[in-house]
Design a protein around this ligand. Structure first.
Ligand code: SUG
Length: 448
């Protein structure tokens, strides 16, 4: 293999909690105000990273954000010392304190959209931080995300970073959760697949009736332009609004792609047939052979897909060329989904193996295996240019487990968010983490 896909998983932050902040995300809503366990959450995520590394995949770590984001509260008019700001917000505006305390940056599939150098006009890997502007708690992520990505991918001979799109609903952008890429080998030119929920400017595109469509066509088009993608190297497709209304708030809740394969639910898209033929012909032009694996609704309903997160899985190419699917434990607990997966791997499908992970702490907020990772395809020179501090190794794993044990609480409920000590603990932990990961100063408390 001449190139690799490296997965950068979000390390769960010390304030992981269940705020019920994401209308349209069924798990977030139904677990609102449950008691969380940040220590367990961080260890569950880390266990997945370790397993990926041990299976021989390239694995990296993306640092969490500073929370509570006191600077965001100050920008909304809260004044005084940090403790006073937190106390006033807890008294007068608890929903705001809850939003600025969310550890949502853990879902790094929403950190950015990434185009590998084989697809871009200047031959560099391009990153556009996602503005996540559909939800306040997520819209505050992108400035720090950009700084962290800049500290991980520093070399501008190889890496180009774009600021988030304008923070308005017309350019709602949720990053790689609505983007995948088809190719033969990771360093071959590929077809980038952008999936949007609505058009901001053209009312002919249908809209969901109940829940928001977070990604717009115009945002996806802007990202493709910024990255210098060729016209024949992109396909835009619309999500079925009916599945958004059933809780499919990102496309990675209903489909996942890797190499030449798209694994998707029968109801995932609008105009599925024309979309598949476009993918097929564009990939064929690049010498590839597109393969769609459609999961029929009479075997797995949309509701089963949303509850089990079957499609929020990681599809990985193993060294023998076959594919492995990484699913959350909720798939094993759903009899229809599990029997589908068992049958899938017994047939001549390219997906030959299933691995199950316990990610319950993240799943209860609607974040499965695929949400927790940002994929970056890298050739050898680019791989060598990545900040080595963020690459998972056995030593880094041990160090991070010890770091979590030292700094994380094992219980957090909404009342705890008012505790000013949580901010002190969080900053102490993150200050140490920036040294462990060799990131330099990236957080507001380190810079401003
Ligand atoms: O944006 N949940 C996240 C989950 C993101 C999942 N990512 C992908 N599908 N790629 C969201 O809805 C819930 C936070 C809370 O309720 O406390 C939350 O933000």
């Amino acid at each position: 293999m001449t190139a690799h896909e490296m997965n950068f998983d979000g390390l769960v932050g010390p304030t992981h909690n269940y705020g019920g902040l994401s209308y349209g995300n069924v798990a977030s809503h139904s677990n609102s105000q449950a008691v969380s366990n940040p220590r367990e959450a961080a260890k569950q995520g880390l266990a997945k990273m370790k397993a990926m590394m041990e299976m021989g995949f390239k694995q990296g770590v993306l640092a969490p954000h500073e929370r509570p984001a006191v600077a965001s509260l100050r920008s909304l008019g809260f004044t005084g010392s940090d403790s006073e700001v937190i106390a006033k917000a807890a008294k007068d505006a608890m929903p705001l304190l809850s939003a600025v305390s969310s550890a949502s940056s853990m879902w790094t599939a929403n950190a950015a959209t990434v185009s590998p150098s084989a697809d871009t006009s200047d031959g560099r890997v391009h990153f556009t931080a996602a503005n996540l502007n559909c939800k306040f708690h997520r819209a505050i992520e992108h400035p720090v995300t950009s700084r962290i990505l800049g500290a991980m991918f520093r070399d501008d001979a190889h890496f180009a970073h774009h600021a988030a799109l304008p923070a308005v609903a017309q350019f709602g952008d949720e990053g790689a959760a609505n983007h995948t890429r088809f190719c033969r080998q990771y360093d071959d030119p590929g077809v980038e697949f952008f999936v949007y929920g609505r058009s901001a400017f053209d009312s002919r595109y249908p809209m969901p009736e109940k829940y928001p469509a977070r990604q717009t066509l115009e945002a996806s088009q802007a990202v493709a332009r910024l990255h210098g993608l060729s016209e024949s190297g992109v396909v835009f497709a619309q999500q079925n609004p009916a599945v958004i209304d059933q809780g499919v708030f990102h496309n990675d809740v209903i489909s996942v792609g890797n190499a030449e394969v798209l694994f998707y639910h029968q109801d995932a898209f609008l105009n599925t047939e024309s979309m598949l033929s476009e993918l097929d012909s564009n990939l064929e032009r690049l010498g590839g052979r597109f393969q769609g694996i459609c999961v029929p609704r009479d075997q797995v309903s949309v509701s089963d897909a949303v509850r089990s997160y079957l499609f929020n899985s990681q599809l990985l190419t193993k060294s023998d060329g076959s594919m492995l699917i990484i699913v959350p434990d909720e798939c094993r607990q759903n009899q229809r989904v599990w029997s589908y997966l068992t049958q899938l791997t017994c047939t001549g499908s390219p997906i030959q193996e299933v691995k199950v992970f316990d990610l319950k702490q993240s799943m209860q907020n609607g974040g499965g295996p695929a949400c927790l990772r940002l994929r970056v395809a890298l050739n050898h020179a680019e791989l060598a240019a990545v900040n080595p501090g963020v690459a998972m190794t056995p030593a880094l794993y041990e160090r991070l487990v010890a770091w979590i044990e030292t700094h994380y609480r094992d219980r957090l409920c909404d009342l705890d968010l008012a505790d000013p000590l949580l901010l002190v603990e969080s900053r102490t932990a993150l200050d140490e983490l920036t040294q462990i990961l060799a990131l330099g100063s990236v957080y507001p408390f380190q810079i401003d």
